[in-house]
Design a protein around this ligand. Structure first.
Ligand SMILES: NC(=O)c1ccc[n+]([C@@H]2O[C@H](COP(=O)([O-])OP(=O)(O)OC[C@H]3O[C@@H](n4cnc5c(N)ncnc54)[C@H](OP(=O)(O)O)[C@@H]3O)[C@@H](O)[C@H]2O)c1
Length: 334
């Protein structure tokens, strides 16, 4: 099969032998995959415990062509999405030590075929195309847990989502609008704020504006019940001010890195709940898919690249122009 292989000195599509299918596994012919910032961190060598060679890709939608156990025959021919979480463990509050995400060290979805445990398969939501479904798993799961489990979002609450161009942020916006929250956003691009409004956001401000914190407070007429941030860095201290006293600030990423001079006193004096969130349990993955089905959520796709141009997809992810998910079409529809 052909797969995008990351080696210490190269990153290109190669011919790769597919291992024998094991009992309990399915062979999935991938139709579409989607990129996440994680793939880029690994490509740059900025991710813990990188093992080479690696086939990246945590998101995928494909068709089951074979199974390793007779008992799983019912899966053959089904179009599925893959839960990228492996070995969360029994504690719903946090993943266990053996937790892994699909796509390094385990071979991922930027390949023509994937051998994966049958218990990672879920039927594709019927209202979505394979490209839309491929956009869902990692960002959808992260957004779902951040908003509803960690953030306990309620309808009509005021919510701030930072960096709305990001894949998780855009998904979080769609989920929050679906439950009737009042969503505000930040972005470095005015056109992304307009797009967010078209998706149901009340409004937003440009984080490049020197007075973005004040503008946001004016726009929202005060502070936010919940703030969901994947950016970290210097702007994080302002988010502590923008969270209502006793409110919740959920952190799922740190694109801008560590927070210099963290204003710790704001956290205790304002009685804030600063909560971390990563991926989610199998129950949350199933609940996310149900939610997407019930609310007919269609993930925002920024762009679709053919597999042969997958490196351009990475460039697109790194550009400041993208909004929503960057998708790679691996093979034609069934
Ligand atoms: N914990 C988890 O399970 C998990 C899962 C997925 C991702 N993540 C992490 O979450 C982060 C976002 O990932 P992603 O894939 O959703 O997004 P992404 O597609 O990598 O986009 C990152 C976004 O960061 C925003 N940004 C840049 N500078 C900003 C600033 N000064 N203030 C506010 N926003 C700013 C940009 O928003 P605009 O384009 O709107 O300007 C950009 O679109 C990454 O760090 C990733 O590693 C964590």
């Amino acid at each position: 099969m052909r797969a995008l292989v990351l080696r210490e000195q190269s990153f290109e599509i190669e011919a790769v032998a597919l291992d024998a299918l094991q009992a309990g596994e399915a062979r999935v012919r991938l139709l579409a995959a989607a990129l996440n910032r994680r793939d880029e961190w690994i490509r740059r060598g900025q991710y813990p415990r990188i093992q080479y060679p690696a086939i990246l890709g945590s998101d995928g939608c494909g068709i089951v062509e074979a199974v390793g156990s007779e008992a799983d025959r019912e899966w053959i021919g089904k179009v599925v999405v893959i839960n990228p979480s492996f070995g969360w463990g029994t504690n719903s509050r946090a993943q266990g030590r053996d937790y892994e995400i699909l796509g390094m060290p385990r071979a991922g979805t930027l390949a023509e075929y994937l051998h994966v445990a049958v218990d990672r398969l879920y039927e594709k939501p019927v209202h979505l195309s394979s490209e839309e479904a491929a956009a869902l798993p990692l960002a959808g799961l992260t957004a779902y847990r951040a908003l509803f489990t960690q953030g306990q979002l309620q309808s009509r609450q005021k919510l701030l989502i930072t960096g709305i161009g990001g894949g998780v942020a855009t998904m979080a916006l769609q989920f929050a609008v679906a439950v009737g929250a009042q969503v505000f956003v930040t972005s470095g691009r005015p056109e992304k704020i307009e797009r967010a409004q078209a998706l149901g956001a009340v409004g937003g401000v440009n984080y490049r504006h020197a007075e973005w914190e004040r503008l946001l407070r004016e726009l929202a007429d005060g502070e936010f019940d919940l703030v969901v941030d994947g950016t970290g860095g210097e702007p994080f201290n302002a988010l502590l001010n923008l969270t209502v006293p006793g409110g919740v600030l959920v952190v799922y990423g740190a694109t801008l890195g560590a927070v210099p001079n963290l204003h710790l006193h704001r956290i205790f004096w304002r009685q804030l709940h600063v909560v971390g969130s990563t991926m989610g349990t199998d129950e949350e993955f199933a609940a996310m898919l149900r939610f997407v089905g019930e609310h007919r959520v269609v993930p925002v796709i920024d762009s679709v690249f053919p597999f042969d141009r997958v490196l351009e997809a990475f460039e697109r992810l790194c550009s400041e122009d993208h909004m929503g998910k960057v998708v790679v079409r691996i093979s034609e529809e069934y």
